[in-house]
Design a protein around this ligand. Structure first.
Ligand SMILES: Nc1ncnc2c1ncn2[C@@H]1O[C@H](COP(=O)(O)OP(=O)(O)OP(=O)(O)O)[C@@H](O)[C@H]1O
Ligand SMILES: [Mg+2]
Length: 112
């Protein structure tokens, strides 16, 4: 199992949700987050050459999936979230050791 974490532009959330539900994923978690990337959140030059690091509002999506689904999930998020402009976000994939479905006590892939 893998945990896919995507940081996207907030106005892209509906497009990404739609793309992911079309893939038949069983659930996802969304959070409002703030962050910065290579441009350090800057929208303008601050006092000449000085950088002013600031945070930009983003949405974080977390999806626990079977490993085989990773390529299509990543592709779907990429297609749906891309504008081609800076700040489109990142997709991270990390191993998921265990998942427990609290109501039934199922563990592992059966709990996804
Ligand atoms: N290395 C990182 N670690 C953790 N979060 C990151 C990292 N890079 C970016 N993020 C998160 O992703 C958001 C969007 O990043 P962003 O798309 O601006 O990355 P970038 O590398 O600057 O790419 P681009 O040049 O296309 O803007 C950031 O606001 C931050 O929340
Ligand atoms: Mg950036």
């Amino acid at each position: 199992m893998k945990l896919v974490i995507a940081i996207i532009k907030p106005f892209k959330l509906d497009d990404v949700r739609e793309a992911l539900t079309q893939l038949g994923i069983q659930g996802l978690t969304v959070s409002e987050v703030r962050g910065f990337g290579r441009q350090k959140g800057q929208t303008e030059i601050y006092r000449g050459a000085e950088y002013h690091v600031s945070f930009v509002a983003k949405i974080k999506i977390e999806i626990a999936i079977r490993e085989e689904l990773v390529p299509e999930v990543v592709e779907a998020i990429m297609q749906a979230a891309r504008t081609g402009r800076i700040g489109d976000g990142k997709i991270m994939v990390t191993p998921l050791e265990q998942i427990v479905r609290i109501r039934t006590g199922e563990i592992g892939e059966g709990a996804l």
